[in-house]
Design a protein around this ligand. Structure first.
Ligand code: SF4
Length: 723
């Protein structure tokens, strides 16, 4: 649809709800929006003080709303499942960098249990300024619908979707054409959508838009993890659209504007001074990490077998930077001076439905480069950009796609798969053409691509049953835990990071804990107790960002100049001055006077983190067996892998009293494996203890009581499992 066609589009409104938009006060609109697309119900739900105190916002609100909507037997594709998006009390602040995130929550098709995924773009803040702290969409429509929130007029509508594009590249532009009455209004519209790949796979992502007024087109950020886009598509939601014109610095209704601007100014100054001499996120975006990971042997290569590659420099930020348009603010929300959301403005596609066209590509992020690039043996930046474009366009998570493809490529090279089994795709490491074809198959819903789209856990079972592959080998090399594909770091040499991945509530995702340097490089956390303490503090602290609508990057991707001089390493890793910024930021927005110390932030997160663990229990997960990880994330699976780092592994065997001399690699592999598996179990014991969980990983009654989440249904559930 072109803008000029707009007048010809007659919208069929299926339901309408009128409301008086409340003024946002101290970070909250104090109500959430409930929409049921089965029966076209639209309703407001109040947010009370207890909900704010216990769940804060963002991920916390999503979990609480979903907890009350589903039963333990609810499946991801039941109408009762919901897609919830929520910002958080700080979300929408324009004077502190990184304050525009939203969190999506749903039951995941990949894991079967609760998923959270954070995303930039303007949706969450605009929704709040429209008078809603969260949107909760339940049901399943009988035809495609758009949910439209007009925050200026105070109207929510469920609209039968007119004839619009089927993918997330063209659709968000068309939605602006449809809902903006003037060109100036384009900036006040944000949509959530996905594409056909989300329908044909279980790894669908959500694309959240924001209008880029300098470039004059719509940009996208992704809530990638866990297949929430698949749930969205299954519900026949074409898009969620919010329109709110008039964002101002104080739209979030801060308790103290003076304190807020003071802490904001301090942080902006620091970014302007320090970022260019630290990571230069403003110039490079997150791809700056590729060279560091390669240098430290942490970049996944060939399905996480190796941690570096001689051709990895083709994927360094220096290669992508050539294609960025620089000097343009690249924040995914107003006021983010760290501005890492880079864009390749003109890129000509070689394949697929947009073949030959010049398009723009949002990104690529580090995770995408490592996932669809090095981990699949692809060291061609153009191929990475093309895959990035089509993953977003089809609505597919680049992390799950990359990790699942890497698994298939190893299966292909070890003979588990062959051309006959892949319908002609030669899935060798480095074959970008075959990989792109598998991706297009996901978009079309045909061929081997749809097998890959089921994710690693289901493929393991399928390859064992159908092709007689060794289930133990598949378990070792299939990089998933809880059903979610690993994000893109090699954790073999860091037992703390193995826990960071394995113990994450939603599955292995680095946004919960990233401890590799502390553990394996600078060796600041030598004992199990030290590691357990880190696996308490960091996941809790990082959870706090997801409760508040904040981006984690300004916390530790830039630091005060004297951070490392002023504090001992273990403390410096927490970036204490930034932690204090967050206390000031939170109190300046919410006016809460009970949040004074870093421990108070951790306590806020602990409530939600434990609640999420218990939510997993409700859904039939959440115990020790579900924290088991594939051996490849602990150590070398194959002889080839061992021999690539033989010196290091031999030395480690000596340190545990095993003499590697005159031993075969097979014997050494087995000895190392015994040691590392035992070490992971010891780590789990220490972490459970530190978190106040029993030996099966279940929060104790004392723990939930201390945290104030001892609701009757929580206690009843725990009693059933603690017996
Ligand atoms: S640091 Fe990057 S991802 Fe985070 S809010 Fe800023 S632009 Fe968005």
């Amino acid at each position: 649809m072109k803008a000029t066609d707009k007048k010809q589009v007659v919208l069929e409104i299926l339901a309408e709800y009128r409301y008086t938009p409340p003024k946002v006060e101290r970070g909250y609109a104090n109500q959430t929006l409930y929409v049921n697309v089965s029966d076209n119900t639209i309703a407001a739900k109040p947010v009370d003080e207890k909900m704010k105190h216990t769940f804060v916002g963002g991920r916390g609100f999503g979990l609480w709303l979903l907890w009350n909507a589903v039963r333990g037997t609810t499946k991801w594709n039941d109408p009762d499942n919901e897609v919830i998006l929520s910002s958080g009390p700080i979300g929408g602040t324009t004077v502190y960098p990184g304050s525009g995130k939203s969190i999506a929550v749903s039951l995941s098709p990949l894991t079967g249990t609760v998923m959270d995924s954070n995303v930039g773009g303007h949706f969450g803040p605009l929704l709040k300024f429209s008078g809603w702290d969260a949107i909760e969409v339940q049901g399943k429509a009988d035809r495609e619908v758009i949910v439209f929130v007009d925050g200026n007029k105070g109207v929510v509508q469920i609209i039968a979707a007119p004839e619009l594009a089927d993918d997330s590249y063209a659709l968000p532009e068309q939605l602006l054409d449809l809902f903006a009455e003037t060109d100036e209004e384009r900036i006040g519209i944000s949509s959530v959508s996905t594409g056909p790949g989300a329908q044909h796979t279980l790894m669908g992502c959500l694309n959240v838009s924001f209008y880029d007024p300098r470039r004059k087109f719509v940009r996208l950020k992704q809530a990638g993890r866990g297949g929430i886009g698949t749930v969205f598509r299954h519900k026949k939601i074409k898009a969620l659209v919010v329109k709110y014109i008039g964002v101002k610095g104080d739209s979030n209704g801060p308790a103290s504007w003076a304190e807020l601007t003071e802490v904001g100014k301090r942080m902006h100054r620091e970014i302007y001074e320090q970022d260019p001499i630290m990571n230069d996120m403003r110039g490079n975006g997150t791809p700056y990490l590729v060279s560091i990971m390669n240098e430290f042997d942490l970049l996944p290569v060939h399905n996480f077998r190796y941690g570096s590659h001689p051709e990895a420099s083709n994927l360094y930020h220096t290669e992508f930077r050539k294609h960025y348009s620089l000097g343009i603010p690249d924040g995914c929300w107003y006021g983010c001076t760290l501005a890492c959301s880079k864009c390749v403005e003109r890129f000509q596609l070689r394949t697929g439905p947009y073949k030959g066209q010049w398009v723009h590509v949002d990104g690529p992020e580090y995770e995408t480069i490592a996932g669809v690039g090095s981990n699949c043996g692809i060291f061609d930046p153009y191929a990475v950009l093309e895959i990035n474009f089509y993953c977003d366009t089809y609505g597919i998570d680049t992390i799950s796609f990359g990790t699942a493809m890497a698994f298939c490529m190893e299966c292909y090279e070890t003979g588990i798969l062959n051309k006959e089994r892949t319908n002609g795709l030669e899935l060798r490491f480095g074959n970008a053409e075959a990989m792109l074809e598998a991706l297009h198959q996901m978009g079309r819903g045909e061929g081997f691509g749809t097998v890959v789209g089921q994710g690693v856990r289901r493929m393991k079972q399928f390859f064992a049953e159908k092709y007689g592959a060794d289930p133990a080998f598949l378990q070792d090399i299939g990089m998933e835990c809880k059903g979610l594909e690993y994000s893109e770091y090699v954790s073999k040499e860091s037992v703390a990071q193995q826990g960071g991945y394995g113990l994450a509530n939603k599955g292995p995702q680095h946004d919960e804990a990233w401890l590799i340097f502390m553990d394996a490089v600078t060796k600041q956390i030598p004992t199990f107790e030290d590691k357990a303490e880190a696996l308490h503090y960091f996941p809790m602290f990082r959870t706090w960002f997801s409760l508040n609508g904040l981006c984690k990057l300004p916390w530790n991707d830039v630091e005060p100049a004297d951070n490392k001089r002023k504090y001992p390493p273990r403390i410096a890793a927490r970036v204490p001055e930034h932690v204090h910024n967050y206390i000031e930021l939170f109190t300046a927005v919410t006016g809460r006077e009970d949040i004074k110390e870093p421990e108070d932030l951790v306590l806020m997160s602990e409530r939600v983190y434990n609640f999420q663990r218990i939510f997993n229990l409700k859904m039939g997960f959440g115990t020790r067996e579900h924290d088991a990880i594939p051996y490849r994330s602990m150590g070398p699976v194959t002889i080839e892998e061992y021999e690539s780092r033989a010196e290091r592994y031999d030395q480690q065997l000596r340190e545990i009293g095993f003499d590697p001399e005159a031993k075969s690699t097979k014997e050494k592999l087995a000895a190392l494996r015994r040691h590392r598996e035992q070490r992971y179990e010891s780590l789990i014991d220490a972490v459970y203890k530190r978190r106040g969980w029993n030996s099966q990983g279940i929060p104790t009654l004392e723990t939930v009581k201390r945290l104030g989440i001892d609701y009757p249904d929580v206690v009843a559930l725990l009693k059933e499992h603690l017996q």
